[in-house]
Design a protein around this ligand. Structure first.
Ligand SMILES: Cc1cc2nc3c(=O)[nH]c(=O)nc-3n(C[C@H](O)[C@H](O)[C@H](O)COP(=O)(O)O)c2cc1C
Length: 144
């Protein structure tokens, strides 16, 4: 399998609410599971940062589908490349809300990886985004 990871950032549509997020997650979980895609989706401060990993053709197809979704705009690929092992293998899609409680630890992660006090993934480099998502996943696993 030609295993790849794609990380992109986008801007959430104004007024996107919690029920829409859970609807996205529901679709993503079912679809990704059937296509062997794993990943993590973070949302905060009106922005998304998502990692998709899996077979190259499946990830490319999904990304092209996702960027046409009117629930967000300004999709920008931050990083794309081959990986040896998956980083988010236990999640067909893990949703992490950065605006939720407890925020202190998550805020500290944002600060650590971007130098900014607020989550602005469109300003992150690919390396920063990848390290941020890795750390966030580690934090989520510890909390589970
Ligand atoms: C930020 C964001 C992330 C998404 N992530 C996924 C995902 O990981 N997998 C997925 O199947 N759909 C995801 N979607 C939803 C797709 O854009 C699309 O609505 C879904 O695949 C259903 O497509 P369909 O209505 O053409 O069947 C995401 C949407 C948004 C806005």
């Amino acid at each position: 399998m030609n295993l790849i990871r794609l990380i992109y950032a986008s801007v959430a549509r104004d007024g996107l609410d919690y029920s829409e997020l859970t609807a996205i997650l529901r679709t993503a979980t079912t679809h990704n599971e059937s296509k062997g895609i794993t990943g993590i989706l973070t949302v905060g401060n009106g922005a998304f940062l998502q990692a998709l990993e899996g077979d190259r053709a499946s990830v490319n197809r999904l990304y092209n589908h996702i960027i046409a979704d009117p629930r967000h705009t300004d999709c920008e690929i931050l990083r794309y490349g081959r990986i040896v092992t998956r980083g988010f293998n236990e999640w067909s899609m893990k949703l992490v809300g950065l605006d939720d409680q407890p925020t202190a630890k998550r805020r500290a992660l944002v600060m650590r990886h971007s130098g900014r006090a607020v989550f602005e993934p469109n300003h992150m480099t690919g390396a920063q985004a990848a390290a941020f998502l890795d750390d966030l996943a580690r934090q989520e696993r510890r909390a589970a």
